[in-house]
Design a protein around this ligand. Structure first.
Ligand SMILES: NC(=O)c1ccc[n+]([C@@H]2O[C@H](COP(=O)([O-])OP(=O)(O)OC[C@H]3O[C@@H](n4cnc5c(N)ncnc54)[C@H](OP(=O)(O)O)[C@@H]3O)[C@@H](O)[C@H]2O)c1
Length: 190
């Protein structure tokens, strides 16, 4: 790169005890406050003039209810090798791999507009993201229960260590509808 710092990203996921993240294209659980945390965290910027980008695989994008996608107030980037741009709304960016998505965000026009980049799933995208030198933090909601799942979170490389969550993150074990969960943040040790 020419003098500019490499653009980095964070990853955000909710995982249950058996490492599941999805079932039949949807989330295996319903935890409204966790969805609000996802929304708040992926929208948050320190510069009010900027916004964030979310990068996701094709199945994750279409797993979001039609009325709630694209995810509002964030630039949505969908990874796919089979979709055509016409299959997506005009404000959604289609990229054929993760590096192409990052290079797109590094173009001058977007570099000054986008503050944070969030990897929001699914399985293969998380795996590639955690192996990338661009990966900074993992925002993991640990759900303290087993759920039936068909999609799983890949193993976390040894290079990540737990750090304190952001100031507005509820600390300790949370509970909604009898489901206990906790917000964790891991950072890559350089
Ligand atoms: N618990 C959570 O926090 C969480 C978060 C996200 C998703 N989920 C759940 O996980 C499930 C979806 O995840 P998934 O793993 O099945 O699918 P996914 O990763 O969302 O989508 C897979 C598809 O995305 C495209 N893709 C993925 N990586 C790519 C890459 N590097 N380059 C180009 N294209 C790429 C490919 O599309 P083409 O076949 O078109 O090439 C691939 O078939 C759903 O059940 C969803 O609800 C849960």
């Amino acid at each position: 790169m020419t003098g500019e710092k490499m653009l980095r990203f964070n990853l955000i996921v909710a995982v249950c005890e058996n490492f599941g993240i999805g079932l039949k294209g949807d989330l295996p659980w319903s935890i409204k406050s966790e969805l609000k945390y996802f929304s708040r965290t992926t929208k948050r910027t320190s510069d009010p003039c900027k916004s964030n980008a979310v990068i996701m695989g094709r199945r994750t994008y279409f797993g979001v209810p039609a009325s709630k996608r694209p995810l509002p107030e964030r630039l949505n980037i969908v990874l796919s090798t089979t979709l055509q741009p016409a299959d997506l709304p005009s404000d959604v960016v289609l990229c054929s791999n993760l590096e192409e998505a990052m290079k797109h965000l590094e173009t001058k026009a977007l570099r000054d507009e986008i503050e944070n980049v969030w990897i929001v799933g699914g399985s293969g995208v998380y795996k590639e993201a955690m192996a990338s030198p661009r990966c900074d933090r993992l925002y993991i909601t640990k759900i303290q229960q087993n759920f039936e799942c068909d999609t799983f979170f890949p193993s976390i490389p040894d290079s990540f260590r737990e750090v304190s969550p952001d100031a507005d993150t509820p600390l300790g074990v949370q509970e909604e509808n009898g489901i206990k969960y906790e917000y964790k943040v891991l950072k890559k040790i350089e």
